[in-house]
Design a protein around this ligand. Structure first.
Ligand SMILES: *[C@@H]1O[C@H](CO)[C@@H](O)[C@H](O)[C@H]1NC(C)=O
Ligand SMILES: *[C@@H]1O[C@H](CO)[C@@H](O)[C@H](O)[C@H]1NC(C)=O
Ligand SMILES: *[C@@H]1O[C@H](CO)[C@@H](O)[C@H](O)[C@H]1NC(C)=O
Ligand SMILES: *[C@@H]1O[C@H](CO)[C@@H](O)[C@H](O)[C@H]1NC(C)=O
Ligand SMILES: *[C@@H]1O[C@H](CO)[C@@H](O)[C@H](O)[C@H]1NC(C)=O
Ligand SMILES: *[C@@H]1O[C@H](CO)[C@@H](O)[C@H](O)[C@H]1NC(C)=O
Ligand SMILES: *[C@@H]1O[C@H](CO)[C@@H](O)[C@H](O)[C@H]1NC(C)=O
Length: 726
C-alpha cells in the first residue's frame, strides 16, 4: 500500500507538472495523498470524566478565595458569606462561573472539602446551567424542573445543602430532604454558575451564608463519547473550515446519542417504558431529550456516516412504528403519550426507514416494519388528500389542527407536504423493489408522478419562479417557503430549468448573513423572513448540489455554519436561528441539535460524493460535485466494509483524479467531472471512451461527467486530462 502510494505520487506529480508546473506548489499538489490527519478535528472529550476548561473571570463576585481552584489541580476554593447584618459588600452572594469550553451533557459532580455554618442548617450552594453566556443567570437557561410541563421540583437552579465533612455530590435528579433541596439531574450546557445562596423554601436545611470549600468539579459525560478510535467514517478536504464543521456536526449528533432516561426528558411523561433504557438519538442535548423522527432525517445520516451505532436510530424508528395509530398515522415522538399531531413526520418516518435500510442494510427492520409503511402511505395520506387535485391538503380529514417541524400555521395544498410525500413515495417504491413487492412499488411510483405533476400544475408561481407555500382562504398566499421549494428539487418535481429558477429566487429573497431563511416574507407569521432552520436548510443545500450549483451550496454552508461556529457556544449546531442571528427561541433554544448537522451528509454525499442506492451500499454512486474544493478524501462505513475515496482537481486546467475502493460484491458507478468531450479519460491508466453526460442544471454548458461501473473489491483510479501511472 505504501509503496503503491509512493509510485502513484511520483507519476501523478510528473504528469501534473508536465501540464502546468507553475499552477501547483509542492504542498497542494500532494495534499490529497498526504497522511490522514482528520483526528485533529475531533471534538469529543478525551475521557468520560470531563473537567472545566476555565473560569469566566468577570462573573466572580462576593468573597471567593482562589476561584481558579474550581479547575483541576489549582487548589481549593473558599466561598465565604457572613450572616446578614454585616456590610453590604460582604453580603454579595459568592459566585463563580465555570466554563467547560464547549457544550457537554451528563451529570455534574462537585468534590466538597466541607462546610461551616454558625447556625443550624447547612450553607446552600445553587447551580445554574447555560449553553451560552447570553442566557446565563442565577436560573438555568432551561430546566426540566422549572418547566410548565416538568415536575417542578426546582425553581430552575439545582440546590445543595453542603455537608460539613468532605464528600462528593452528584447532580442526581431528586431532593435531599423530602421535597426540599432538589436538583434537576442531567444537564446539557457549557457554563455553570456556582453561587452561595438558599431558597427560603429550603429552610431550615439550607442558609444563604457560612463557608464552603470546593476541591474540584467534573462531569460524567452521558452521551456517545466519539473519540477518534470510534470513527468508522470521516471526511477531509482542502478546506479546513469545512473539515472542522463536519466534525462539529458529528459531535453535535454524538451529544444527542444517549440512553433514554426516565428523568432526563422533557416533559417527563415522554418516558414511555418501551423506550426508557434504550440507546436513542435525541433531538437536543439540553431539550427535549426526546427523539423526534423528522430530526432523524438529518441526524441519523450524520450518525451512520461517522459512527456505527445504527441502533440509536433503529430503536426510535421501531418504537414509533410500534405506536402507529389505527388510521396509519405514525407519532413524531413519545411526547404526550405518542399523540403530538404532526402532519409531516409520518412521511419523515418512511424516509428515515429508507435511510436506515440504505445506509446500514437492516433487512430485518425493513421486513418487520414494511406493513407500517403500507398503512401510512395507503391509509393515512389518502385520508388527507384532496380528490380533485390529488394533492395532500391540510384541512382534509383529521389534518386541520396538525403541525409540522416548525409548527407553521399554514393551510391547503402546501408544497412542502406534497414534495415530502413524493420523496416518501419514491423511497417506499425503492424499498418495495428490493423486497420484490412489485405491485406496491409500481403503485407508489405512479402516485409520486401524479402528485409531482399536480404540484407543477397548481402550486408554481411564475411571477417569482418558485412554488407557493399554501393557501390563504381561496387563493395561494403570496409567500414561498424554503422547505417545499428545496424538496421539489431533491425529488425531481422541479425539472432542471425550474430548479435553477427556484434556487436563484431563494438566493435573492431568503439569504441572510447567518443562512437562508425558511420564508421569503412574513405573510404567515411575524419574524419568519428572519428565521433560519439549519435542519430544513440541509435540503436546500442538497438541492443546490443536485442541481450542479456547488459554488452556491458551499456559499450557503459557509454563511450558516460559519455563523454558528463563531457564536457562543461555538462548535455545536443550533436548533434554530432568529433575527440578527440570535438563538431563535431565546434561552429555550437548544444549541446542540442533531437535526442541524446536515453539513455531515452534505459533504460526504456531495463533496466526497458517496450516496447509497441499494441496501447497505450494495449499490452506490460516487459523484463529487467539487466547487472550489481542490481535493477531498474520506471513508464511508458500510456493513461489508469501508468505501474509501480520494480525489483531487485542478479546475482551471480541467484535470481530475479519483481513486476509490469498495467492498467486493457491491456495485458502484463512479462519475468524474470532464470539461468537454475531447478530454482524455483513463481507468487504471487505460484510456476509456469520453461518453460525456451533461451536468444537470446548467444545460451542460459547463461540461459534465463520465461514468464507469465498478464491481470488484479492488482499488480503481480514474483520471481526466492526463494519464496516471505512465
Ligand atoms: C463577561 O464577559 C463576557 C465576554 O467575555 C460577556 O459576554 C458577559 O456579558 C460579561 N458578563 C458580565 C456579568 O459582565
Ligand atoms: C473572605 O473570606 C476569608 C475566608 O473566610 C476571610 O479570611 C476574609 O477576611 C474574607 N474577606 C472579606 C473581605 O470579608
Ligand atoms: C458579621 O460577620 C462576623 C464574621 O465576619 C461574625 O462574627 C458576626 O457574627 C456577623 N454579624 C452578624 C450580625 O451576623
Ligand atoms: C426519577 O425520579 C424520581 C423522583 O426523584 C425517582 O423516584 C425515580 O426513581 C427516578 N426514576 C429513575 C428511573 O431514575
Ligand atoms: C459515570 O456514569 C456511568 C453511567 O451511569 C457509571 O457507570 C460510572 O460509574 C460513572 N463514573 C463515575 C466516575 O462516576
Ligand atoms: C420545465 O418545465 C417547464 C414548465 O412545465 C417547461 O416550460 C420547461 O421547458 C421545462 N424545462 C425542461 C428543461 O424540461
Ligand atoms: C476541453 O477542455 C480542456 C480542459 O479544460 C481544454 O484544455 C480544451 O481547450 C477544451 N476543448 C474544447 C474543444 O473546448
Amino acid at each position: 500500500m505504501f509503496l503503491r502510494s509512493v509510485l502513484l505520487f511520483h507519476s501523478f506529480t510528473c504528469l501534473w507538472n508536465a501540464i502546468d508546473a507553475s499552477s501547483y506548489d509542492g504542498q497542494t499538489r500532494l495534499a490529497s495523498e498526504a497522511p490522514d490527519d482528520w483526528q485533529k478535528y475531533v471534538r469529543s472529550p478525551a475521557n468520560q470524566i470531563v473537567y472545566p476548561a476555565s473560569i469566566v473571570a468577570n462573573y466572580t463576585q462576593g468573597n471567593v478565595t482562589n476561584p481558579q481552584g474550581l479547575l483541576t489541580g489549582k487548589g481549593t476554593t473558599l466561598f465565604t458569606r457572613p450572616q446578614p447584618g454585616n456590610s453590604s459588600a460582604a453580603d454579595l452572594s459568592p459566585t463563580v462561573v465555570v466554563d467547560f469550553g464547549q457544550n457537554i451533557a451528563g451529570y455534574l459532580s462537585i468534590s466538597f472539602g466541607g462546610s461551616y455554618n454558625s447556625t443550624p442548617g447547612r450553607p446552600g450552594i445553587r447551580l445554574a446551567f447555560s449553553e451560552t453566556l447570553e442566557y446565563l443567570s442565577t436560573i438555568s437557561d432551561f430546566s426540566r424542573g422549572y418547566n410548565v410541563r416538568g415536575d417542578r421540583i426546582t425553581p430552575g437552579s439545582d440546590q445543595i445543602a453542603v455537608a460539613d465533612q468532605p464528600y462528593t455530590w452528584t447532580a442526581d435528579h431528586g431532593c435531599q430532604y423530602g421535597n426540599q433541596v432538589c436538583a434537576d439531574g442531567l444537564h446539557g450546557f457549557r457554563y455553570v454558575m456556582v453561587y452561595m445562596d438558599a431558597l427560603a423554601a429550603d429552610a431550615p436545611y439550607t442558609t444563604p451564608y457560612g463557608q464552603v470549600s470546593i476541591k474540584s468539579m467534573s462531569l460524567n459525560f452521558s452521551a456517545f463519547l466519539g473519540t477518534p478510535d470510534t470513527f468508522t467514517g470521516w471526511f477531509e478536504s482542502s478546506d479546513d473550515q469545512l473539515n472542522q464543521w463536519w466534525f462539529d456536526g458529528v459531535y453535535t449528533t454524538d451529544l444527542c446519542t444517549d440512553v433514554f432516561g426516565a428523568n432526563d426528558t422533557d416533559p417527563r411523561n415522554s418516558a414511555s417504558p418501551s423506550i426508557v433504557g434504550k440507546l436513542v438519538l435525541h433531538d437536543g442535548a439540553k431539550r427535549d431529550r426526546d427523539p423526534y423522527v423528522g430530526d432523524l432525517a438529518v441526524s441519523s445520516r450524520t450518525s451512520y456516516l461517522s459512527h456505527s451505532v445504527p441502533e440509536a436510530s433503529r430503536n426510535v424508528l421501531a418504537d414509533l412504528a410500534d405506536h402507529q395509530r389505527s388510521d396509519g398515522w405514525i407519532p413524531p415522538a413519545s411526547i404526550n403519550g405518542y399523540t403530538l399531531p404532526l402532519l409531516d413526520y409520518p412521511m419523515w418516518w418512511v424516509v428515515c426507514s429508507y435511510d436506515l435500510f440504505m445506509y446500514t442494510g437492516d433487512t430485518a427492520y425493513i421486513q418487520q416494519y414494511y406493513p407500517n409503511i403500507v398503512k401510512t402511505l395507503d391509509t393515512f395520506y389518502p385520508s388527507v388528500t384532496d380528490p380533485r387535485t390529488q394533492l395532500l391538503s391540510k384541512g382534509f380529514g383529521v389534518s386541520a389542527g396538525y403541525g409540522d417541524y416548525g409548527f407553521i400555521p399554514r393551510n391547503g395544498p402546501v408544497t412542502y407536504y406534497n414534495a415530502l410525500y413524493v420523496l416518501a413515495l419514491q423511497n417506499a417504491a425503492t424499498i418495495a423493489q428490493f423486497l420484490s413487492k412489485d405491485a406496491d412499488s409500481a403503485r407508489w411510483s405512479s402516485r409520486a408522478a401524479t402528485v409531482s405533476a399536480a404540484i407543477n400544475t397548481y402550486n408554481f408561481d411564475s411571477s417569482v419562479g418558485a412554488f407557493y407555500d399554501g393557501t390563504c382562504g381561496d387563493s395561494y398566499c403570496n409567500t414561498h417557503a424554503q422547505d417545499g421549494n428545496s424538496l421539489s428539487i431533491v425529488t425531481g418535481v422541479a425539472n432542471s430549468s425550474i430548479a435553477n429558477s427556484v434556487l436563484s429566487y431563494l438566493s435573492k429573497a431568503n439569504a441572510r448573513p447567518y443562512g437562508n431563511a425558511f420564508y421569503d416574507n412574513d405573510v404567515i407569521s411575524g419574524g419568519y423572513s428572519q428565521r433560519v432552520y439549519p435542519f430544513i436548510s440541509f435540503f436546500e443545500i442538497q438541492a443546490r448540489f443536485m442541481t450542479g450549483l456547488a459554488d452556491s451550496a458551499l456559499e450557503e454552508i459557509r454563511r450558516l455554519y460559519g455563523w454558528m461556529s463563531t457564536h457562543d457556544p461555538e462548535i455545536t449546531q443550533w436548533e434554530g436561528i432568529g433575527p440578527n442571528g440570535r438563538p431563535y427561541e431565546g434561552d429555550y433554544t437548544s444549541m446542540a441539535h442533531g437535526w442541524a448537522s446536515g453539513i455531515v451528509p452534505a459533504l460526504t454525499n456531495y463533496i466526497l460524493g458517496v450516496v447509497p442506492s441499494g441496501p447497505g451500499f450494495s449499490v452506490y454512486t460516487i459523484k463529487p460535485i467539487p466547487g472550489d474544493v481542490e481535493w477531498a478524501k474520506g471513508v464511508v462505513p458500510t456493513p461489508n466494509g469501508p468505501i474509501t475515496v480520494n480525489w483531487q482537481q485542478n479546475q482551471a486546467l480541467g484535470l481530475f483524479y479519483l481513486t476509490a475502493t469498495a467492498p467486493a460484491g457491491s456495485q458502484g458507478t463512479i462519475y468524474v467531472p470532464v470539461s468537454n468531450s475531447s478530454v482524455a479519460v483513463y481507468l487504471d491508466s487505460q484510456p476509456i471512451p469520453n461518453t460525456l453526460q451533461k451536468r444537470g442544471g446548467d444545460g451542460g454548458t459547463n461540461g459534465g461527467y463520465v461514468s464507469v461501473t465498478i464491481k470488484d473489491g479492488l482499488t480503481h483510479t480514474i483520471s481526466v486530462g492526463y494519464k496516471v501511472g505512465s
